[in-house]
Design a protein around this ligand. Structure first.
Ligand code: AMP
Length: 225
């Protein structure tokens, strides 16, 4: 399954991508995680990207495309992937289509997770991320057992620099201007399904699986097709 998850920052793309990995047998490929890893390692690409990320602006295409292309060539992504945070513009979507076409592949589906802006601000300001394994928590909705430590790996929890409220508002503006037009793009290609992103993570996962024809209620899951 070659899947793209679309949606504003804080819509739950990362959480859903991680949950879907097992169900779909395909790895999450998150452009934001790839960029943050490059920043942590202080690679030339990471140092160049950091200024854009701290402001909540988009990182230039050549940098992002290099990281995503390298990642999609790794063995585990050759038979499928769940893209999270990429593409973010129509131009990135067109480049992705060409990248896949050269390998004789194409996208199977694009799922857009819809969440209103005010809900996003509430979610992101309480978000904490594990520096070690990337697991995410929320100080109110999904608190870790210890406020500073990851439940799974004991790594340090931190608030991403770009999760400050002003930067989140900027990221939402960037989403509206650059990424939302992708919905229409993928709708025209007949690939888009939109689902509501409010509810428990398991409920949202079920909506996504139903949209993919794999939900508990779908004909495929019941074995009737
Ligand atoms: P995310 O973790 O997806 O919220 O991304 C964090 C930041 O990384 C964004 O605010 C951008 O600065 C940068 N970024 C991630 N993915 C992309 C992309 N596809 N194109 C440009 N910039 C990106």
């Amino acid at each position: 399954m070659r899947l793209v998850l679309l949606g504003p920052p804080g819509a739950g793309k990362g959480t859903q991508a991680r949950m879907l990995e097992t169900q779909l047998g395909a790895p999450q490929v998150a452009s934001g995680d790839l960029l943050r890893a490059a920043v942590r390692k202080r690679t030339p690409l990471g140092l160049e990207a950091k200024g854009f990320m701290d402001k909540g602006a988009l990182v230039p295409d050549d940098l992002v495309l290099k990281l995503v292309d390298e990642r999609l060539r790794q063995g585990d992504a050759l038979r499928g992937f769940i893209l999270d945070g990429f593409p973010r513009t129509v131009s990135q979507a067109e480049t992705l289509a060409k990248m896949l076409e050269m390998r004789g592949e194409k996208l199977d589906r694009v799922i857009a997770i819809i969440v209103p802006d005010e809900e996003i601000i509430k979610r992101i300001s309480g978000r904490r991320t594990c520096r070690n394994c990337g697991a995410m928590y929320h100080v109110i909705y999904d608190p870790p057992r210890n406020m500073n430590l990851c439940n799974s790996c004991n790594g340090e929890l931190y608030q991403r620099e770009d999760d400050a409220e002003d930067t989140v508002r900027m990221r939402l503006q960037v989403y509206a201007a650059s990424t939302r037009p992708l919905l229409e793009h993928y709708e025209r290609l007949g690939l888009l399904a939109q689902i509501e992103g409010i509810g428990r993570p398991e409920e949202i996962e079920n909506r996504i699986l139903s949209a993919l024809g794999k939900g508990a209620g779908s004909a495929i899951a019941k074995g009737t097709v």
